[in-house]
Design a binder for this molecule. Sequence first.
Ligand code: NAD
Length: 348
Amino acid sequence: MSHNTAVIWQNWHHLNNIMEGNYSKIILLTDTVVAKHCLGYFREKFRRNIDHVITIEAGEENKSMMSAASIWQELNLCKADRKSLLICLGGGMICDLGGFAASVYKRGIKTMYVPTTLLAMTDASIGGKTAIDFEGIKNLIGSFHLPDSIFIDTHFLATLPAAEWLNGYAEIIKHAIIADAELWNLLNPEHFRPTIISDDLLTRSINIKQSIVAVDPFEQTERKKLNFGHTAGHALEAYFFNKEKTLSHGQAVAAGMIIESYINMCSGKLSEKTYEQIRDFILKYFPAIGFKNEEIADVAELCKHDKKREFGTLTITKIIAIGLCEPDLLITEQQLKEGLEAYIRATS
Ligand SMILES: NC(=O)c1ccc[n+]([C@@H]2O[C@H](COP(=O)([O-])OP(=O)(O)OC[C@H]3O[C@@H](n4cnc5c(N)ncnc54)[C@H](O)[C@@H]3O)[C@@H](O)[C@H]2O)c1
């Protein structure tokens, strides 16, 4: 099985051609907000008959078993068979949910992702991970199921709120730091505007995720590099969630990248100058997240529950320079706490 899905760039003519005669039924899955902003444009450009549209309420809370069950019901009602295609039109929530539902319906039907958020274009649609949240735990139930194709049209981003742009940019910055110094230079603060994106920048970012996933589809080694910023970031996200305070995924990952870069610097892996460059660039675009020294122990505790931990160890990505990293740097809880302290100092 190849682990690189074809990415089709803005070429509706090509998309319409490859749809011809290939699928017994075409079913489209979307959410209520995307239906409002993007479905009209999609229908105008997509020249094939859509047999059925399934609309799920927007929001991460609907990436659930209930939504998956309602998709299976609708697929069954409209007699979708194993040659049917499920088009997932939406952000990462719809891609993850639709991908999961499709991966087990009749033991797997084909999907096509049409991502409408920057995060889904550059990250969530790539690599074949599908999931739903379960028992309050994000992505607890899921599968690996590659879409047949991913169709990118940045026209969809015209209606994307600014905060959602930043969620996508956090992952693009991550891709630059872990694998592409030239991409980092393109993100140079003088030219950087976080509510527009060039095709060049987006392509580079997509290629990084595609190439990492291609060599390690099931996250044994290389793919772990993509977790940069996410060990500390997920703990912060969980902490804020428990306190019923809002914190976007992008803000959490951005803070996580600063914290984990600091730990790399203190471990002698990363130069002080590069750490400062990363910190200053991120803080220019991502508002500081407010937490206090008294809260550090609780945040660090939550890292222990990260589902990606193996054998009870705490690991982060080893950042050596911008564009160069290795998968696993083993760290102690104390180092993590020092990273969190450094973030507080840098933002107060
Ligand atoms: N499978 C993976 O590899 C992977 C990687 C990263 C993230 N994810 C998952 O992706 C999800 C987050 O994705 P997301 O940030 O795209 O969130 P999302 O899909 O919930 O979209 C965010 C909001 O933007 C709205 N929206 C989407 N497109 C729009 C548009 N063009 N105009 C206006 N509004 C629009 C949505 O309706 C939603 O309200 C999480 O569930 C996360 O776990 C998966």
